[in-house]
Design a protein around this ligand. Structure first.
Ligand SMILES: Cc1ncc(C[n+]2csc(CCOP(=O)(O)OP(=O)(O)O)c2C)c(N)n1
Ligand SMILES: [Mg+2]
Length: 408
């Protein structure tokens, strides 16, 4: 959306309108503090709505009208969003430490830097909407109602973990959260299937189906797009473009890096996903779109991962330390929201420090509890439990060798 004033700012007001728009068209910003509110509009009350204006550079559209650039929020919501992002980051930091202490083993992918995606989405949907994602899933599990204790417990392989300690980092589930999926792209058709179920039952709910820039080139992604458009399914496909798939940059893996256009016949929206408010506005808009039976959308959440692909990747061989440092120091989603909260007088610096402290203490307390949970007994019963839904087990199941057959 470019206003006349904006065109003047670019010195393009004398050009024919269409040409001027094309020249002035900039890419979506990743400035996390790009939205604006008038201090005078911010009310005393914690739960009274006030308007926020999103930056002109929050979105780019493909065959779609952009979401409204003005949205409403409350002081309460902004503080909650801040708490949520700090809690996710603190939890990921705990996972990082426990991994380095060799208490967490196997695969472990952290989402530090990408917190605004999980938080912005959750603030736009209800618990009846569904979310499905890939293996970088700890933050989503927390937002969907998992506890820090159950998530860290899962990473530690404890029975009280969110998947009874058998899923680990990549396989976490919660009500209306369908994982945590380790096979790149596999969750995309499953997401379309969940949306089909929603359509079939007439629930008017949406399914947020996330995948990475690396996954975006998979054939099954396009098969899912086709079915979703053909049947007008209420699904919000969303490419979390964190610029890399393992050690390969988006530009080296994708012939077209404008992931929001990859649905071809499905309208798309590119979003500044370092700004949690832009994410919320986009998903709210997408949810209304699907609820009015207009079919699927393809979103691109522009974000950045600070750490390596997984705990075994230092993350600095295929990108420069300066690039990471620049994103951390100038585009951080938590620092961006913090700045807005202070600029708009939502609360004082002291109050914000209290929120920070509470989030850290809450997370640290639950992590300590998770560490105290006992590891499972090494019994066959526990090993073979939870392969089937409890109560639906067959008479027996074979192990690796005939003598390992387990009878339920
Ligand atoms: C079908 C399949 N192929 C390859 C892999 C190995 N692999 C794991 S993650 C990954 C990169 C995916 O990158 P992206 O989709 O951008 O997600 P991100 O890690 O950036 O969140 C690959 C190739 C896999 N798990 N599944
Ligand atoms: Mg990626």
């Amino acid at each position: 959306m470019l206003s006349r004033a904006c065109l003047r700012g670019f010195g393009l007001q004398s050009l024919p309108k269409r040409q001027a728009y094309q020249l002035a068209r900039r890419t979506v910003t990743t400035d996390a503090a790009s939205s604006h509110a008038e201090k005078d509009d911010v009310p005393e009350e914690d739960d009274k709505p006030f308007p926020v204006k999103l930056s002109d550079e929050s979105f780019e559209t493909y065959n779609l009208d952009p979401p409204p650039y003005t949205m409403e929020t409350t002081k309460k919501e902004l503080k909650q969003m801040y708490y949520d992002m700090v809690a996710i980051r603190r939890m990921e930091m705990a996972a990082d430490r426990l991994y380095k202490e060799k208490k967490i083993r196997g695969f472990c992918h952290l989402s530090t830097g990408q917190e605004a995606v999980a938080v912005g989405i959750e603030h736009a949907i209800t618990r009846n909407d569904a979310v499905i994602t890939a293996y970088r899933c700890h933050g989503f599990a927390l937002m969907r109602g998992g506890t820090v204790k159950s998530i860290i417990g899962e990473l530690l392989g404890r029975r009280e973990g969110i998947a009874y300690g058998k899923g680990g980092s990549m396989h976490m589930f919660a009500p209306n959260f369908y994982g945590g999926n380790g096979i790149v792209g596999a969750q995309v058709p499953v997401g379309a299937g969940i949306a089909f179920a929603h359509q079939y039952t007439g629930s008017k709910t949406a399914t947020v189906t996330l995948y990475g820039d690396g996954a975006s080139n998979q054939g099954q992604v396009f098969e899912a797009f086709n079915m979703a458009k053909l049947w007008n399914l209420p699904v919000l496909f969303g490419c979390e473009n964190n610029k890399y798939g393992m050690g390969t940059s988006a530009a080296r893996s994708s012939a077209l890096t404008e992931y929001y256009k990859r649905g071809q016949y499905i309208p798309g929206l590119k979003i500044n996903a370092m700004d949690v408010l832009a994410v919320k506005a986009a998903v709210q808009y997408g949810k209304e779109y699907t609820a009015s039976d207009k079919g699927p959308l393809v979103f691109e959440y522009v974000t950045y991962r600070y750490g390596g692909h997984s705990m075994s990747d230092p993350g600095t061989t295929y990108r420069t330390r300066e690039e990471i440092q620049r994103m951390r120091s100038t585009n951080d989603p938590i620092a961006g929201l913090k700045q807005k909260i202070l600029d708009w007088g939502v609360c004082t610096e002291d109050e914000l420090k209290q929120i920070d402290k509470k989030a850290r203490e809450d997370v640290d307390g639950e992590v300590a509890e998770a560490e105290k949970m006992p590891p499972p007994d090494p019994t066959e019963k526990i090993l073979f439990e939870d392969i089937y839904v409890r109560g639906s087990e067959p008479a027996y199941i074979r192990g690796r060798t005939p003598d390992e057959t387990y009878y339920y």
